[in-house]
Design a protein around this ligand. Structure first.
Ligand SMILES: *[C@@H]1O[C@H](CO)[C@@H](O)[C@H](O)[C@H]1NC(C)=O
Ligand SMILES: *[C@@H]1O[C@H](CO)[C@@H](O)[C@H](O)[C@H]1NC(C)=O
Ligand SMILES: *[C@@H]1O[C@H](CO)[C@@H](O)[C@H](O)[C@H]1NC(C)=O
Ligand SMILES: *[C@@H]1O[C@H](CO)[C@@H](O)[C@H](O)[C@H]1NC(C)=O
Length: 408
């Protein structure tokens, strides 16, 4: 009997609606909250009762918001809608039809490239719109969003390259705008001027060129009581430096100890101090010019010097030994010739030179030697002899003997 009553009660309760198993339903600041987070949900209709006021579908796989998708499910009371971390790339013009009470919409971390500018026609109460981390790369020169009540707009990290003048021209009540972490290099004053209520502006990014245009914009911002962190404030613009930073964006070195959990047992690991100040172009060059390159170039230079030195050395040694050989052989031959008593040839070749000359001229001697077969029997290289025999220089004077010295 008690069981039956319990059963009846549960059936009665289910007629109002159940919280789907993928969701957690509770109260949040007096509002009915359903959190259906990280459940691979592909559609906004998962059976959450129509009374939901705070609806979070964050971290799911929703890819499109069809026209009238909330209206068809009877959702009329949603005030806070969180669709962050899905794969939404398309939003129908009438997607938010019926969400009269929507105050906050979170579409951050989706894949939106384009957005119908009057899509919020049906959400007149909307105050906060988070579109951060989408991919609105190129923005047309037309109002990006049109809304009379919107106060907070987040376009952080949307890969926006430039902002045409009319992009925020239909947001008269916008108070807080975040344009940080985009690819903007400058911003025209006319972009900001239409937002007369603006009191907070975020423009953090690494690409700003502090050109006259941008400096004028900053001056205008600070003179209009807008909370803003100046970018070009401290130093006068250094175009060269800025251009370098635009061309190559380098990350600061991060000490590994700060990001990894390294528990070393030994005391030997010394942390190499990394420079904290931004590197000058020369230091950058030094860093890029690696030790390996230096080593290779060193080896090449060393090899070149070695080859040249060896060549020079070999040449001198060779000429010396040649000279020595020549002299030695000549001495022997002379001795032999003397023994034979044949001085006729010497006189014939060398008539001006006295007989008691210590070392006779070489070429003439060489020429003389080729005639006789005794040369080869004495173990002299015949090549050298032929060289001197054939070159017809028998009339040239002998080379000086001090050739033996190393003269480079
Ligand atoms: C969903 O969005 C709301 C407000 O838009 C925010 O307070 C909440 O933290 C978000 N939830 C998750 C899970 O991101
Ligand atoms: C939107 O959702 C993201 C991620 O859940 C969160 O970090 C962000 O604070 C939310 N935006 C607002 C305005 O609550
Ligand atoms: C780092 O790793 C060690 C185990 O290797 C662990 O005991 C310690 O708690 C970790 N520290 C942190 C900060 O995670
Ligand atoms: C490391 O050095 C500290 C003091 O500098 C010492 O107390 C500790 O025993 C050392 N640890 C090892 C593994 O040598």
């Amino acid at each position: 009997m008690i069981l039956l009553i319990f059963f009846l009660i549960t059936v009665d309760g289910s007629s109002v609606g159940v919280c789907p198993t993928q969701c957690d339903c509770d109260m949040d600041n007096g509002l009915n909250r359903a959190s259906c987070v990280n459940q691979n949900i592909v559609s906004v209709g998962v059976g959450v009762p129509a009374e939901v006021q705070v609806y979070s579908l964050s971290h799911n796989a929703i890819s499109e918001l069809d026209n009238f998708c909330f209206k068809e499910l009877g959702y009329k009371s949603i005030q806070i809608l969180n669709l962050s971390y899905n794969q939404i790339f398309w939003v129908g013009l009438h997607a938010f039809f019926g969400l009269d009470q929507l105050l906050e919409l979170n579409l951050s971390n989706n894949r939106l490239r384009y957005f119908p500018s009057d899509v919020f026609w049906y959400t007149p109460q909307l105050v906060s719109l988070d579109l951060s981390s989408n991919v609105f790369e190129t923005i047309k020169n037309e109002p990006f969003v049109m809304h009379t009540k919107l106060q907070v707009l987040n376009l952080n990290n949307c890969r926006i390259k430039s902002l045409p003048d009319r992009v925020f021209s239909r947001l008269p009540n916008l108070k807080k705008l975040d344009l940080s972490e985009n690819y903007l290099v400058t911003i025209n004053l006319d972009v900001l001027r239409p937002m007369r209520k603006l009191n907070r502006l975020e423009l953090r990014n690494d690409y700003w060129q502090c050109n006259p245009d941008f400096i004028a914009t900053e001056t205008w911002i600070t003179s209009h009581d807008i909370a803003y962190q100046k970018i070009c404030a401290k130093r006068s613009p250094k175009m060269f430096e800025k251009m370098i930073s635009v061309v190559e964006v380098e990350k600061d070195p991060v000490e590994i100890e700060n990001v990894w959990n390294i528990t070393s047992d030994s005391n030997t690991t010394d942390v190499v101090p990394t420079p904290k100040t931004p590197l000058t172009p020369f230091q950058k060059f030094d860093r890029n010019f690696s030790a390996l390159q230096a080593f290779v170039i060193g080896v090449e230079v060393g090899l070149a010097i070695g080859i040249v030195a060896t060549y020079v050395w070999l040449r001198s040694v060779r000429s010396c030994t040649r000279l020595m050989n020549r002299r030695r052989s000549l001495r022997e031959r002379r001795r032999m010739r003397r023994r034979e008593g044949d001085m006729r040839n010497l006189l014939l070749w060398n008539p001006g030179i006295p007989r008691n000359l210590e070392t006779p001229p070489i070429y003439r001697r060489q020429g003389l030697i080729t005639d006789s077969d005794t040369v080869n029997t004495q173990g002299l290289p015949s090549r050298e002899i032929n060289m001197y025999a054939d070159d017809g220089r028998s009339e040239t004077p002998p080379p000086p003997y001090h050739e033996c010295r190393l003269n480079l």
